[in-house]
Design a protein around this ligand. Structure first.
Ligand code: ATP
Length: 248
């Protein structure tokens, strides 16, 4: 059912240490099959929200202090990353963090480690899916990941996440620092992944790209949701045009 694969974030408060309040009463849903984007300036709390969903918040000394995160029946707040991955929720971290010293293939094989139940067939299927999406990676399976271009490393980071067969992919600034052509390629890939049935929660500074991809958008300002709506509608509001689309 739809409910079984809906992400629901309800009235979420997150703090780092004792003093820093990063999110306050944030609520949003990611319905199955949809692309939802989070826009906002540096420090608005976008990455923090992804960390809370993927169970990586604690690695950054953050904690959920109120509210709830559920993916279907599974409670994700306060869980670790393995629990999120088992539930089908996988994050691609910001900054294309691949294992630089390992090969492309070794990086891919590391995707979904700890999941158990990973048969050679599953791995083969995963690699085929990744290589169909990213033919460039197929040509470079034995290359050291650290020697790939920035765009190729971003593809590898996404590919590694896909190896865990996510139902919901959390993407943190996939276009950051990439040339316009590569940004367009990443946008196409997000569309393709979504068309294959994976929901996407996308954090982007590139609001034009994000609003073109997304069904629904939320604007975060200093830890709070300020605007929410269908992406096409938000793209027409004065505030979004001025602040995030760089229009006069
Ligand atoms: P950016 O686009 O710059 O990554 P963001 O919208 O993703 O910004 P976050 O990285 O979620 O914002 O940061 C939200 C707030 O939490 C900021 O005030 C930031 O300084 C703070 N913060 C983030 N990580 C930590 C941490 N590990 N310890 C303390 N404070 C943190």
């Amino acid at each position: 059912s739809d409910e079984a694969s809906t992400l629901r974030v309800e009235n979420l408060d997150v703090t780092y240490g004792r003093a820093v309040s990063a999110l306050r009463s944030v609520s949003l849903d990611v319905p199955p099959g949809s692309v939802v984007t989070l826009l906002g300036a540096n420090g608005a709390g976008k990455t923090t929200l992804l960390r809370a969903v993927s169970g990586t918040l604690r690695l950054h000394r953050g904690a959920v202090t109120a509210g709830a995160i559920r993916y279907g029946e599974t409670v994700l707040d306060g869980q670790d990353p393995v629990a999120a991955v088992r539930a089908g929720v996988v994050q691609v971290p910001e900054g294309r963090r691949v294992f630089a010293a390992l090969t492309v293939d070794e990086n891919l094989r590391s995707g979904g480690l700890g999941l158990g139940r990973r048969t050679p067939e599953r791995i083969k299927e995963g690699r085929e899916r990744v290589f169909t999406l990213f033919p460039r990676l197929a040509e470079r399976t034995r290359q050291q990941a650290g020697l790939l271009s920035g765009g190729e490393q971003q593809m590898l980071a996404i590919g590694r996440a896909l190896m865990a067969a996510p139902k919901l992919l959390l993407l943190d600034e996939p276009s950051l620092g990439l040339a316009p052509q590569m940004v367009e390629r990443i946008a196409e890939v997000v569309r393709e992944i979504n068309a294959q049935g994976t929901s996407v929660l996308l954090v982007e500074q590139n609001a034009g790209m994000a609003l073109a991809l997304a069904d629904h958008a939320h604007v975060l300002e200093v830890g709070e949701v300020r605007l929410s709506g269908p992406a096409a509608e938000l793209a027409r509001t004065d505030a979004v045009r001025r602040l995030y689309l760089g229009e006069a």
